[in-house]
Design a protein around this ligand. Structure first.
Ligand SMILES: Cc1cc2nc3c(=O)[nH]c(=O)nc-3n(C[C@H](O)[C@H](O)[C@H](O)COP(=O)(O)O)c2cc1C
Length: 396
């Protein structure tokens, strides 16, 4: 195993030089099956300290390939990956840490067919060649955790995945030297363009039973697709353990999302835009999110909450249960920050379907009505809109 730490910076994955290979077993675990997926895009940011590094990758579901056409069609079909409905398999890191045997481990969330579950990628090899990163990392994936439960007994539950990739450095955004030539000025302008296209967005939410979390994922996805660098973060839980344990949906959601990083004031300082999400609590935001907002006094006193873009989304149990009042209550605080509130309004046809110009909202019918395509589309649009408007502000 060869792992030496590369220089800090951002590296763009080169799809032409990247792939995911997998091995698994079929027929009661007797036969070995191996194949590949193609990598569509990805980005690695090496930070200092290295534990603050991030990685994300998107893999095309329809690129599943084992060389046996019948099997490949079946795995891409609605019975398994449902590649037409869920074209992307996504990995988003949540933490980088040293593993038990000293190897670097990138912990994160893998989304397959819309089902998200934690995975840990072990970095088996990492080297720098002509300034580019060459990375090999591997993990085991439990397909059942992603809802791929067809053909139990015929196809194995676990897959061993190996990602090999080359990622090229993204030009630094440092100011040009005084003696910059016209050519380097043009290059710098291009870099500024890149900054403006990559606003930094923190999606910070509280969710007890998962509704707002699902909206948060869709908001984050919408912003990422618009080129934003997104941190998806939850706020700390304040409820007593006994209260959580007494509610199956609450405790299941708490354990499923325990690897999502907890927001800190530093994330707000980092962000150009903050999109807050909270379930309604008697027409107001949840105390967990309020408590987080109350930790921002220090930043407020330094004027560091001002001039950022803010937006919000929510969920209620009932149709007129306080969606608008919750978002307006959230936006009260933004006025105190000196923030710039960017709502979706009715700026896209999807808003006439979900119907809430103040922000995305969903009625979950006491848990009986999971987040649907209408709410997901509105959430993705809100992420996209915040990213677009923030890029415009960055560029002004
Ligand atoms: C203390 C408390 C107060 C609530 N108040 C309201 C309310 O005023 N109106 C409403 O429709 N739902 C209310 N709810 C329900 C939640 O807001 C709703 O189920 C929400 O969609 C759950 O989101 P989550 O799954 O992300 O936790 C309340 C729930 C709790 C626990």
């Amino acid at each position: 195993m060869s792992v030496s730490l590369p220089p800090a910076g951002t590296y763009e994955v080169d799809p032409a030089q990247s792939s995911v290979t997998f091995t698994t077993r079929h027929l009661f675990g007797l036969g070995r099956v191996s194949g590949t997926f193609q990598v569509e895009s990805g980005r690695v940011t090496i930070a200092e300290p290295v534990t603050h590094s991030t990685a994300r990758a998107v893999v095309e579901a329809r690129s599943f390939h084992t060389g046996t056409a019948r099997r490949d069609d079946h795995v891409r079909s609605p019975a398994f990956l449902h590649a037409e409905r869920w074209p992307e398999i996504r990995f988003e890191s949540t933490r980088v840490a040293r593993g038990a045997e000293g190897a670097w481990v990138v912990k994160g969330l893998l989304t397959v067919r819309g089902h998200q579950a934690p995975v840990e990628l072990t970095v088996d090899a990492l080297s720098v060649e002509n300034g580019s990163l060459r990375i090999s990392a591997s993990t085991s994936v439990d397909r059942y955790r992603h809802g791929l439960t067809a053909s139990k007994g015929l196809a194995a539950r676990w897959l061993r995945l190996t990602l090999t990739t080359i990622a090229h450095p993204v030009p630094s955004t440092a100011a040009p030297a005084a003696e910059a030539t016209a050519a380097s000025a043009v290059e710098h302008a291009a870099q500024r363009e890149e900054i403006s296209m990559s606003p930094k967005i923190a999606v910070i939410y509280y969710s007890s039973t998962g509704t707002v979390h699902e909206l948060a994922e869709a908001v984050a996805d919408g912003a990422r697709k618009e080129g934003a660098e997104v941190r998806l973060l939850r706020v700390s839980e304040l409820a007593p353990e006994e209260a959580i344990a007494a509610n199956d949906a609450w405790s299941a959601h708490a354990s499923a999302t325990k690897d999502i990083p907890v927001a800190t004031p530093a994330d707000i300082e980092w962000a150009d835009a903050v999109i807050f999400g909270s379930p309604t609590r008697f027409g107001n935001i949840a105390s967990q999110l309020k408590q987080f907002i109350d930790t921002l006094g220090g930043l407020w006193a330094q004027g560091k909450l001002a001039d950022k873009v803010y937006s919000g989304f929510t969920a209620t149990a009932t149709a007129h249960g306080g969606q608008e009042s919750t978002l307006l209550a959230l936006y009260n605080s933004v006025h105190h920050f000196g923030g710039i509130i960017v709502t979706p309004g009715y700026t896209d046809p999807v808003k006439f379907a979900d119907g809430n110009p103040y922000g995305t909202s969903h009625v979950n019918g006491q848990g009986a009505l999971p987040v649907d395509d209408t709410a997901r589309a509105a959430a993705a649009y809100q992420g996209k809109r915040v990213a677009t408007v923030t890029a415009r502000f960055n560029n002004a």
